[in-house]
Design a protein around this ligand. Structure first.
Ligand code: PEP
Ligand code: MN
Length: 248
């Protein structure tokens, strides 16, 4: 498959500000990449951690829309509840269900109700879920109104006792999910938790004929309000896209 037909999804862990996201959008435009992470609701381990801009972030998205048409840039954002989904469904083009909600069955059941003009639903694999459970969750989406060809699965690594990073990117499960008839994208950012490993794993995923990749990047990686250790710089993203996407 040509690189141009693959799904490249890049952007920060969390949408923080217009200034932050417009720098990311600029790099994506340079490389003709359409899907940008614009996460507004963040499911965080600790209650005191930044929880996302929430609906206040919608003003940032509409400001971006003044510059970027729907053809040029698509917004990818996670929802953790029906209320969150209802509040942003009309403003995003990819509905993301995160690892922590892969088995939030009541959420899975209502996605179809809001799935209208969006491009697809991105279903991440839970970090302690089996392949069968992942596929069963995709079946929930389908049964409740999301067409199978609009479901994209995302492998983001499983928790492990043996990996030095604490997470193990499970490319075998991802291949099997692809064999089950789904598009599969690989997330080497959450799948490694450390920026040094992100681009080598991304290149491996592309070489393995997966349908795409999702990568966290940030204008000032160490200042990212969430997942700073795995954020790559925009300079590194730029270089990576030049060699893997734009010149291919
Ligand atoms: C994310 O991709 O924004 C995210 C929170 O990842 P995960 O659900 O895989 O932890
Ligand atoms: Mn993250």
């Amino acid at each position: 498959m040509s690189m141009k037909n693959k799904l490249f999804i890049l952007g920060p862990c969390s949408l923080e500000s217009f200034e932050q996201i417009s720098q990311v959008a600029n790099i994506l435009r340079k490389h003709d990449i359409r899907y940008m992470r614009t996460q507004l609701f963040k499911p965080r381990t600790r209650p005191e951690s930044f929880q996302g801009l929430g609906v206040d972030g919608l003003s940032v998205l509409s400001k971006l829309r003044e510059t970027y048409s729907l053809d040029e840039l698509k917004f990818v954002a996670e929802v953790c509840s029906e209320e969150q989904l209802a509040s942003i469904a009309d403003h995003i083009q990819v509905i993301q269900i995160g690892a922590r909600n892969m088995q939030n069955f009541e959420l899975l059941k209502v996605i179809g109700k809001y799935f209208k003009s969006q491009d697809f639903v991105l279903l991440k694999r839970g970090f302690a879920n089996t392949l069968e459970e992942w596929l069963a969750s995709a079946e929930y989406l389908e049964r409740f109104g999301v067409p199978k060809n609009k479901i994209v699965l995302c492998e983001r690594g499983s928790r492990t006792l043996t990996s030095p990073t604490g997470v193990h990117l499970d490319l075998i499960a991802a291949m099997m999910a692809q064999k089950a008839g789904y598009k599969v994208v690989i997330d080497p950012s959450h799948g490694s938790k450390k920026r040094d490993f992100v681009l080598p794993l991304a290149k491996a995923a592309l070489a393995m004929d997966f349908d795409g990749i999702m990568i966290e990047c940030h204008p000032e990686p160490n200042k990212s309000v969430s997942d700073a250790a795995q954020a790559i710089s925009l300079e590194d993203a730029d270089q990576f896209l030049l060699t893997t996407h734009t010149s291919k």
